[in-house]
Design a protein around this ligand. Structure first.
Ligand code: CO
Length: 188
């Protein structure tokens, strides 16, 4: 099922998401819907809070990028970054901040402990776009958006775009939850 994506400045994107205790049929369904919603929006990563669920779960699929075509779609649950190496400046975007791009400096290599779709514990080192996408999605689980990490002068340049998204003036090719509507429905 294609789920609408919560966008800036929805409160749910600012919460610290809760760890999962296991993978039951409801979570399996959520995972399938997250892959479907991400592919529908041509995204390479999606975190559960972006579809209105404040749990520590994210999905990733970089297989359409030539260099990563053999990389299977990934399910990452309760991730924990054990160590980082190096740093690099890469341009990022986000399905929850439509139309905005910005350069962010982050570690270039990460070692990650997480649980997979079977809730089995794994430890693996990631580099390149995988390391970058994982760090971006893990930020979502802690209520952080990539725009928070942009340099001040770059943030000034996108302020108008952010204000427009927050006020509901946004054009996407995928369904979104307008931030104000989201707040109303939470009160109901
Ligand atoms: Co994002």
């Amino acid at each position: 099922m294609i789920l609408p994506i919560n966008i800036y400045s929805d409160d749910i994107l600012r919460l610290k998401a809760k760890p999962l205790k296991g993978v039951d049929s409801e979570i399996e369904e959520l995972i399938a819907s997250m892959f479907e919603s991400m592919h529908n929006a041509s995204g390479i990563g999606l975190a559960a809070p972006q579809v209105g669920r404040s749990v520590r779960l994210l999905v990733l699929d970089l297989s359409y990028i030539t260099e990563y075509e053999h990389e299977k779609p990934m399910v990452v649950i309760n991730p924990y970054i054990i160590s980082v190496k190096g740093s690099c400046d890469i341009e990022e975007g986000c399905l929850s901040v439509p139309g905005v791009l910005g350069y962010i400096e982050r570690p270039s290599v990460i070692t990650l402990k997480y649980r997979d779709e079977h809730f089995e514990e794994r430890t693996r080192e990631f580099s390149g776009m995988l390391a970058r996408a994982l760090q971006h999605e893990i930020d979502h689980l802690d209520g952080t958006l990539f725009v928070d990490r942009m340099e001040k002068r770059d943030r000034k340049k996108i302020k108008k775009e952010l204000d427009a998204i927050a006020s509901g003036t946004v054009n996407t090719e995928y369904p979104v939850v307008a931030p104000k509507l989201a707040k109303v429905s939470k009160q109901a």
